[in-house]
Design a protein around this ligand. Structure first.
Ligand SMILES: NC(=O)c1ccc[n+]([C@@H]2O[C@H](COP(=O)([O-])OP(=O)(O)OC[C@H]3O[C@@H](n4cnc5c(N)ncnc54)[C@H](O)[C@@H]3O)[C@@H](O)[C@H]2O)c1
Length: 692
C-alpha cells in the first residue's frame, strides 16, 4: 500500500505514503481509488481528506515508473481524478510541503483544497519538454487567473502557497496542525451540495487575448528550440476558448505530441543523466562519508579564489594559502568584488556578503591548514609546483584529510605518488569561473578510496555543482574531447573557413559560443602551451599551426583585446579581424591549400562528430562511467544546447550508422589523418544501437 486509510469520526483520511515525495506511482494511484471507494461505501463517512505523509502532499508522477508499463497502468492519474471529482462525498486536498505536477493536478481534481503556508506549488512539466497532461492546463487557470497560471505552466517555477492564498485555489489556509484543520474544514463542508468542481468555473477575463499574445511574444526567442513553450500557451488558451472536456482532449493531444519530440527526449535524458551521475557502481548509498566542515585552498588565483567562494557560499569555512601576501590580498579583493557585484544586482544582502567574507581566511603557513577536512590545490599547472605542494600537504595535513588537485591536464596518479597517502588524493576539476559554472569533474585516481570519491561527490552537491566522475587521462572527459573539436575547427580555417563562419554555424546549432569565441574567452595561450607539450609527447598527432601563428602575434584573446577577433577595451563583443583573416589566408597559401567553400552542415558534423568519436573512446576506456555522464559534462560545462541532450545523445538521434559513415567520409578527405575511428562507435553502429 502506498496510501493508508483511517477514520476520524465521520471523516475518512487517505494519507499518501510513497517516500520520498509521494510520487503517484501505480500502487499509490490504486490505493487512492480504493480509499475513495471505501469512504463512499461507508454510510458513516461524510467527507474525505487527502493528505501527504512526510515531506509534502505529492511531487507528481513517480519517476521510478518513467518508461515502464506501470506508468500507464490503470488507474491512470486521469482516472483517479475523475473518480474524485465525481465522488458523491466532498474530497478535500490538504497540502503541505509540495504539490507539484501530477500532485497539483490531483489536488485540482478535489472539491476543496486547504494548505499550510510554505508549500511549493508548481507545474514543472515544461522543464521536461512536456506539459501537465492530467488537466493542469485546464484547471489551474480557472483557479488562479490566466496570467499567473501561464507564468506557472510556461516557466514551471514553484510559487509558495501563501502567495496564492487570495486565489480560488485554496479554500482555506491552515495555521496550526494541517490534518486537524483539514478535518475541521471537511466537517464544515460535509453537507454542501452541489459539490464544487474546478471544471465548472468559466474563465471570463476580458483581456485574455492580450495576456495570451503577450506571453507568446515573451517566449518567441526560445520557441523554436523548446516546442513545449508554445504548446503550453495553446493548451491554456483552450481552457479559455473550449468547453472543459474538449480542452482536456486538446491538452492530451499536445502532451502526446510533445512527449515524442526530440527536444523533450533530450530534456528528460538530461534530467536522468543528472540523477545517474551520482551513482557509482560498486559504491553503495550506505558508505560512510568523511566529514567536511572546513576546507583549504592552495593558490588564490583565478581558480583558487572562485573555488574558495563555493565553500563560503555553502557556509563552510575556507582558508586560502599563497607564498606571498600580495597574492592573497589580490585573491581576497577578487572575491569581495565578485560578491559586491552580486549585491549590486540584488541577489545577495549585505549581511550575507559579510557572513561569506567572514568564512574566508588567508595564510602563508601550511600549519594553519593542518586541521582542514579537505584541501584543494589550484597552483600553476606545472608538475614540479604541484609536487612541492603535495609533498608538503602529505606532511602537514591531519590523517583522513582529503587532498584534491584542480589540475586540468596533469596525471592525478603521479600527483598522488608525491604523498604517502594516495588513497586520500583525488582530482576536483572546476570550470572557470569556478563560483559560477555548474560542472565539477571528479577525477578518480588508481588509488583513490571509495569513501573519498563518495565524499567529494556529496560535497559537489552541497556546493551546488554537478559532479561527474572521470578516470585519469589527459584532459579528463571534457577537455580531452574539446581538443578534437578544436583540432577540426583549426583545420577548417586552413581548408576554407574564417572564424566567424565556424562560430556562426556552431552557435546556430545551439552552442552558447563557437570554438573561436570560446578560445578568446579562455585565453588562446592555454591551448598553445598544451599543443607545444603534445607535439613532444605525441609527435604523430598533427595540429594546425594557425592557432600558434595567432599567439605569435600576441593575440591571446579578450585579455589582450585581440584574439581570433578584435575587442574594444571593456567590451566582450567580438569583431572580425582583418589581421587574423589575412593571417589565415596567408597560412593556407603557405601550405599550398586550394581553399574551398565549406557548408555549415560540414562544420557542424566535423566538430560534433569529433566530440562523439572521442567520447566513444572515453567510454570504451572506462574513463567515463556512462554515456550520459559525457552528455552531462557537455551540458553543464561547455554550453552544449540542452534541447539536443549532449553529444552522445545527439549522435543517437542522428543514428550511429550515419555518424560513422560521415566520419569515414571525412577520414578519407583533407586532414583525414585526424580521424582515428573508435571501435566502440563502429561496433554499436554495426549493431544498430546507440550509446545509451
Ligand atoms: N583558468 C582556468 O580556466 C582553469 C580551469 C580549470 C582548471 N584550472 C587549473 O587550476 C590551476 C590554477 O589555475 P589558475 O588559472 O587559477 O592559475 P592562476 O595563475 O590564476 O593562479 C595560480 C595561483 O597559484 C599561486 N601559486 C603558485 N605556486 C604556488 C605555491 N607553490 N604555493 C601556493 N600558491 C602558489 C600563484 O601565486 C597564483 O595566485 C591550474 O592547475 C589550472 O590548470 C584552470
Amino acid at each position: 500500500m502506498s496510501a493508508s486509510f483511517s477514520e476520524h469520526g465521520d471523516v475518512a483520511v487517505i494519507t499518501l505514503d510513497n517516500p520520498p515525495v509521494n510520487g503517484l506511482g501505480f500502487a499509490t494511484r490504486s490505493a487512492i481509488v480504493e480509499g475513495v471507494q471505501r469512504a463512499v461505501d461507508d454510510a458513516a463517512i461524510r467527507a474525505i481528506v487527502l493528505i501527504g505523509s512526510g515531506k509534502g502532499f505529492s511531487g507528481g508522477a513517480d519517476i521510478r515508473e518513467f518508461n515502464t508499463p506501470k506508468a500507464l497502468q490503470e488507474p491512470s492519474l486521469h482516472t483517479v481524478i475523475r473518480n474524485i471529482e465525481s465522488c458523491a462525498k466532498p474530497v478535500i486536498a490538504a497540502i503541505h510541503g509540495l504539490a507539484m505536477g501530477g500532485g497539483l493536478e490531483l489536488a485540482l481534481g478535489c472539491h476543496y483544497r486547504v494548505a499550510s503556508a510554505g508549500a511549493q506549488i508548481a507545474l514543472p512539466e515544461v522543464k521536461l519538454g512536456i506539459l501537465p497532461g492530467a488537466g493542469g492546463t485546464q484547471r489551474l487557470p480557472r483557479m488562479i487567473g490566466l496570467q499567473q497560471a501561464l507564468d506557472m505552466i510556461v516557466f514551471g517555477a514553484p510559487v509558495r502557497s501563501e502567495k496564492l492564498s487570495a486565489t480560488r485555489l485554496f479554500d482555506q489556509m491552515i495555521d496550526g496542525d494541517l490534518l486537524t484543520g483539514a478535518i475541521e474544514f471537511a466537517r464544515q463542508v460535509a453537507d454542501a451540495r452541489p459539490l464544487p468542481k474546478v471544471r465548472d468555473h468559466q474563465i471570463t477575463e476580458a483581456d485574455a487575448k492580450t495576456v495570451l499574445s503577450a506571453m507568446r511574444d515573451r517566449i518567441q526567442p526560445q520557441a523554436a528550440h523548446y516546442p513545449a513553450l508554445s504548446r503550453c500557451i495553446d493548451a491554456v488558451e483552450a481552457a479559455v476558448t473550449m468547453p472543459f472536456e474538449e480542452g482536456l482532449t486538446f491538452e492530451r493531444d499536445q502532451f502526446l505530441y510533445l512527449v515524442q519530440t526530440t527536444e523533450s527526449k533530450a530534456l528528460r535524458h538530461a534530467f536522468f543523466a543528472e540523477r545517474s551521475a551520482s551513482k557509482i557502481p560498486g559504491i553503495g548509498a550506505d558508505i560512510a562519508l568523511r566529514t567536511i566542515n572546513s576546507a583549504a585552498v592552495i593558490g588564490a588565483g583565478t581558480m583558487g579564489a572562485g573555488i574558495a567562494m563555493n565553500f563560503a557560499n555553502a557556509g563552510i569555512p575556507v582558508c586560502m594559502l599563497e607564498t606571498q601576501h600580495a597574492a592573497l590580498d589580490k585573491g581576497v579583493a577578487t572575491i569581495r568584488k565578485n560578491y559586491e557585484n552580486t549585491l549590486k544586482k540584488g541577489r545577495l544582502t549585505q549581511d550575507q556578503l559579510d557572513k561569506r567574507m567572514s568564512l574566508i581566511s588567508t595564510t602563508l603557513d601550511y600549519a594553519t591548514l593542518a586541521q582542514a577536512n579537505i584541501v584543494i590545490e589550484a597552483v600553476f599547472e606545472e608538475m614540479s609546483v604541484k609536487e612541492t605542494v603535495f609533498r608538503r600537504l602529505s606532511q602537514v595535513m591531519k590523517p583522513g584529510a582529503i587532498l584534491a588537485s584542480n589540475t586540468s591536464t596533469l596525471d592525478v596518479d603521479r600527483i598522488a605518488g608525491f604523498t604517502s597517502r594516495p588513497q586520500d588524493v583525488i582530482g576536483t576539476h572546476f570550470f572557470s569561473p569556478a563560483n559560477v559554472m555548474k560542472l565539477l569533474e571528479v577525477v578518480r585516481g588508481k588509488a583513490t578510496s571509495d569513501d573519498v570519491l563518495a565524499t567529494v561527490m556529496a560535497l559537489a552537491k552541497k556546493i551546488g555543482k554537478t559532479g561527474v566522475v572521470s578516470g585519469v587521462c589527459d584532459g579528463f572527459i571534457g577537455n580531452r574531447m574539446i581538443e578534437q573539436y578544436l583540432r577540426q575547427a583549426f583545420f577548417l580555417l586552413e581548408e576554407g573557413c574564417l572564424p566567424a563562419q565556424v562560430d556562426g554555424a556552431i552557435e546556430r546549432f545551439g552552442f552558447a559560443m563557437g570554438p573561436f569565441r570560446m578560445s578568446d574567452l579562455a585565453g588562446n595561450d592555454i591551448g598553445w602551451h598544451i599543443r607545444q607539450r603534445r607535439r613532444i609527447e605525441h609527435p604523430d598527432m598533427v595540429y594546425s599551426l594557425a592557432g600558434d601563428k595567432l599567439c605569435e602575434l600576441g593575440r591571446y584573446g579578450q585579455k589582450t583585446s585581440a584574439g581570433w577577433y578584435d575587442y574594444q577595451a571593456g567590451d566582450r563583443t567580438s569583431h572580425p579581424s582583418d589581421v587574423v583573416n589575412q593571417m589565415i589566408l596567408a597560412h593556407a597559401a603557405d601550405l599550398g591549400i586550394q581553399r574551398r567553400d565549406v557548408s555549415d552542415a560540414e562544420i557542424v558534423e566535423r566538430l560534433m562528430y569529433a566530440l562523439v568519436n572521442e567520447g566513444a573512446k572515453i567510454l570504451e576506456e572506462g574513463i567515463a562511467l556512462r554515456a550520459s555522464d559525457i552528455d552531462l559534462v557537455y551540458l553543464t560545462g561547455y554550453g552544449f544546447p540542452l534541447y539536443r541532450g549532449g553529444p552522445m545523445f545527439y549522435a543517437g538521434c542522428v543514428g550511429l550508422a550515419q555518424v560513422l559513415a560521415a566520419i569515414q567520409g571525412y577520414a578519407s578527405g583533407p586532414n583525414g589523418h585526424a580521424w582515428q575511428i573508435s571501435s566502440l562507435l563502429k561496433h554499436l553502429a554495426d549493431q544498430g544501437k546507440t550509446f545509451q
